[in-house]
Design a protein around this ligand. Structure first.
Ligand code: FES
Length: 449
């Protein structure tokens, strides 16, 4: 029996009505192949967006099968990822056309080869483009602030292979170091009961070093919209910037605060060394966890502790309040507002207002601790014109992106729920999204988060 030369209906249809013929303006890749035996030529051009073939067009100078296979392969490739399109074989093209005569199989080879050549051309160009682009930057990710949110963001970015630096002008570990480094870490499930804040910070630091995170102990003075971080040692460019500058104790805004909060004159915002308060009469202003923690930390050293709170109940965790109430050294003044601190060189007296009775109370004190809340450290972003809420916290979406492209925020500056575990989780979210933004992994285009 002689060889079959019949063409399928599909071949005839694509030959008579070829799809996607022509040229793409500003094509991302081009593949041109020819068959030396028959002399036919085929050229395929592609447009790529997010690793997906958005458009494929062809020009073929050849036989009817060459036109039909070109037309068919463009239809098969559009909408596929580059990796999927590279897997299309001559057999697939022929099968999709309901078969080709054996003598015409090389025509489908031409179509597959031209498509693969166009994709490879795109990949080479893209790699070169990425290289040139990468040379413009010092880092993939710069994190400004080395507290819990900043350190974990840096660690997890480096873990994903991103070139990362963290800038910290004060203490690595942030609030965990300057406020409570010897205290057990609380409210962070999964750690041993003996883990102190210092232990956790030390572990993060050693992980960061192991992963080659560049740890820069210096102040950042400014961040610009064109992704520059202006630090003490110079300017650095980064593809992504993460703001993680944390928060500081808020000022109470009372008379005398400015004078006595300097030079160890008796007003403080937190307790770092309880021994310093030995034998003293201490007034603590506030009713949240910070105020209650401050009072509990002074039970063994201070002579008398008074808590003055504007409301009629404390806002701290129940267990802490119970411990507080069990101590006969602690007196709580509810519905009481601090008005003024006075004294000669040092704090001597607190003037308060009983809000219920509308009376003035005067109390002799040696020290005052103002634990009235925290305020986000956003001073260096003032020129950045970044969106903040009415309390000064930076607004982010669920991926921690701020209102400025390429800039993310984590930790206390981006959340009014100021917990270490939240800052750490936000760091993980940023690292995941930074990786997607910078590396554009193939699984991202498959619709996975
Ligand atoms: Fe050469 Fe068809 S005969 S491509």
């Amino acid at each position: 029996m002689g060889e079959q030369f019949e063409y399928s209906e599909k071949v005839m249809d694509h030959f008579r009505n070829p799809r996607n013929v022509g040229q793409i303006k500003d094509a991302d890749g081009m593949g041109r192949v020819g068959n030396p035996v028959c002399g036919d030529l085929m050229e395929i051009q592609i447009k790529v967006e997010d690793n997906i073939l958005k458009d494929v067009k062809f020009k073929t100078f050849g036989c009817g099968s060459a036109i039909a296979t070109s037309s068919m392969i463009t239809e098969m490739a559009i909408g596929k990822t580059l990796e999927e399109a590279l897997k299309i074989t001559r057999g697939d093209v022929a099968a999709e056309l309901d078969g080709l005569p054996a003598v015409k199989m090389h025509c489908s080879n031409l179509a597959a080869d031209a498509l693969h050549a166009a994709i490879k051309d795109y990949m080479v160009k893209n790699e070169e483009k990425a290289k040139i682009e990468a040379e413009k930057y010092d880092f993939d990710v710069i994190v400004v602030g080395g507290g819990p949110g900043g350190l974990t963001t840096g660690i997890l970015c480096a873990y994903r292979g991103l070139k990362t630096a963290i800038f910290e002008s004060s203490s690595w570990g942030g609030i965990l170091s300057w406020l409570c480094h010897t205290k057990m870490i609380e409210n962070f499930p999964g750690l041993s009961e003996k883990t102190t804040c210092k232990d956790l910070v030390d572990t993060w630091m050693s992980e960061a070093k192991k992963l080659n995170v560049e740890l820069k102990k210096e102040r950042v003075n400014e961040i610009t919209k064109d992704m520059k971080v202006i630090a003490q040692s110079g300017e650095y460019r980064s593809k992504i910037i993460v703001l993680a500058t944390g928060s500081s104790p808020a000022a109470a805004g009372v008379k005398g605060e400015e004078k006595y909060s300097k030079d160890d004159r008796g007003i403080y915002y937190y307790v770092t060394n309880p021994e310093k308060f030995a034998g003293k009469r201490v007034l603590i202003v506030g009713g949240g966890n910070s105020a209650v923690d401050a009072a509990l930390s002074l039970i063994d050293t201070a002579d008398l502790i008074t808590i003055a709170h504007r409301h009629n109940e404390l806002w701290a965790i129940g267990q802490k309040i119970e411990r507080l109430k069990a101590s006969d050294k602690i007196k709580i003044l509810y519905d009481t507002e601090l008005v003024e601190i006075s004294g000669a060189e040092k704090v001597e007296k607190a003037i308060m207002r009983d809000l219920k009775e509308d009376e003035t109370i005067q109390q002799v004190v040696d020290s005052v601790i103002l634990a009235v809340g925290m305020t986000p450290n956003t001073d260096i972003f003032k020129k950045l014109d970044i969106e903040m809420d009415e309390k000064g916290y930076i607004k982010t979406d669920r991926t921690q992106k701020t209102s400025i492209d390429g800039i993310y925020a984590v930790g206390d500056i981006a959340s009014d729920l100021q917990l270490v575990v939240i800052a750490v989780a936000q760091g993980a979210t940023v690292a995941h999204n930074a990786y997607i933004e910078l590396r554009k992994p193939y699984w991202r285009s498959a619709g996975r988060l």
